[in-house]
Design a protein around this ligand. Structure first.
Ligand code: PLP
Length: 400
């Protein structure tokens, strides 16, 4: 017996949080645990953005916000989509919310009836299946392949569409793999969707600015204008401007969908913290050099991690295009035994043994719906990354 509703019982606590809690408990017991589990930049919000918030407070911008966002921020979002994504949207086609996650939750809650299906390519961001299940939707998990760069193929998409399909979720660059879709790859998926007008697309672009080696970002509504009338493009300031704690996300989509999300927001959060919105306005309209410097920093760290992990044949790590994660396969360690006698039966056992015997916390791939691999976040200092990767390599080499 529980107080929880059926809807709550369909929802799991975040798997990444559960694993991090275990690692944190070990650390509290005195162990020198290194964490490569975090999903946020380890950088401070740029000073100009912080100042904008302080000035907003001093000006008295402390009242309830308009539900869909303050006018200057919505105007800046229109301009951002034009400037960065060649998308032509009106103010009424935009919305601001307390985080991209809130928009995704509300978009599903506002559109899914019991039994409606949502196609989610795996490995996926941990929250999607739970956010779909809450209002009664059915997550349809499609396993992507490592040899396809962990990207959904047009054939896989075609095969997973049914009359009940409501949404396809795309996340590029991806959490957890760092993979990103090229414009051509998106166009090929869009061609499939063109034949299925009942399917909507959600493009989760939170990691848009974290792309390396001159990889050019593309988003579905940009490359396939024919789909714009059924695409929700979700973005936010959390990752790009190191603003995870400010809770500001935004989206662009057709007015009917935006109106439904706005209606739900009005009964739920009332809108987004007014002060944080003024800070987000500065993020989108102020100097953009932070994006360049953080991109260079993350690219350097990605290369460092790939170099270090490359020293053991027991991991196979591809070079992801973006985000701040690598997703190495640990399949070759399965069947081996640790020096202390732990059997590595799968990625979860690998992660547990790595934590217990080498004091490194990463997140097993099965948390993201894909076994045999793990997510390592390189949103950490060089020193931390070197220590952790050396321990991982030593651990892998010690397996018999
Ligand atoms: N989408 C992805 C893929 C993410 O990794 C995250 C954050 O971890 C979000 C969306 C939500 O970001 P926020 O709610 O901070 O805007």
């Amino acid at each position: 017996s529980t107080i929880a509703s059926q809807a709550m019982l369909r929802m799991q606590p975040s798997a990444t949080i559960a694993f991090t809690e275990r690692a944190r408990a070990l650390k509290q017991s005195g162990r020198d645990v290194v964490f490569l589990t975090v999903g946020e930049p380890d950088l401070d919000t740029p000073q100009n953005i912080r100042n904008a918030a302080i000035e907003a407070i001093h000006r008295g911008e402390t009242r309830y916000p308009p539900t869909a966002g303050i006018a200057p921020l919505r105007a800046a979002i229109v301009e951002k989509f034009r400037r960065d994504n060649n998308m032509d949207v009106t103010t009424r086609e935009t919305i601001v919310a307390p985080g991209g996650k809130n928009i995704i939750f509300n978009a599903f809650a506002a559109t899914l009836d019991a039994g409606d299906e949502v196609i989610i390519p795996a490995p996926y961001w941990v929250s999607y299946p739970d956010l779909v299940a809450f209002p009664g939707g059915v997550p349809v998990i499609v396993q992507t392949r490592r040899e396809d760069g962990y990207k959904l193929t047009p054939a896989q998409l075609e095969a997973s569409i049914t009359p009940r399909t409501k949404w396809l979720v795309l996340n590029s660059p991806s959490n957890p793999t760092g993979s990103a879709y090229t414009a051509d790859e998106l166009r090929a998926l869009a061609e499939v969707l063109d034949d299925h007008p009942h399917v909507w697309a959600m493009s989760d672009d939170l990691y848009e600015h974290m792309l390396y080696d001159d990889f050019r970002f593309a988003t579905l509504a940009e490359v396939a204008p024919s789909l714009a009338s059924r695409t929700l493009t979700v973005n936010g300031v959390s990752k790009a401007y190191a603003m995870t704690g400010w809770r500001v996300g935004y989206a662009a989509g057709p007015t009917d969908l935006i109106a439904q999300i706005e209606k739900l927001t009005g009964q739920q959060t009332t809108g987004t913290c007014t002060i944080a919105q003024w800070a987000a306005l500065e993020a989108l309209t102020g100097p953009q050099d932070f994006l360049t410097t953080s991109r260079a920093l993350f690219a350097e760290r990605r290369d460092l991690v790939l170099d270090l992990l490359g020293r053991t044949d027991r991991l196979e790590c591809d070079r992801p295009e973006g985000a701040f994660y690598v997703f190495p396969s640990c399949a070759r360690t399965v069947g081996l035994t640790t020096p202390k006698g732990r059997a590595i039966g799968n990625d979860l056992a690998f992660a547990e043994a790595l934590l217990e015997e080498a004091d490194v916390a990463i997140v097993p791939g099965s948390s993201f719906g894909s076994e045999g691999a793990f997510r390592l976040s390189y949103a950490a200092s060089t020193e931390t990354l070197v220590t952790a990767c050396n321990r991982i390599v030593e651990f892998c080499e010690s397996l018999r």
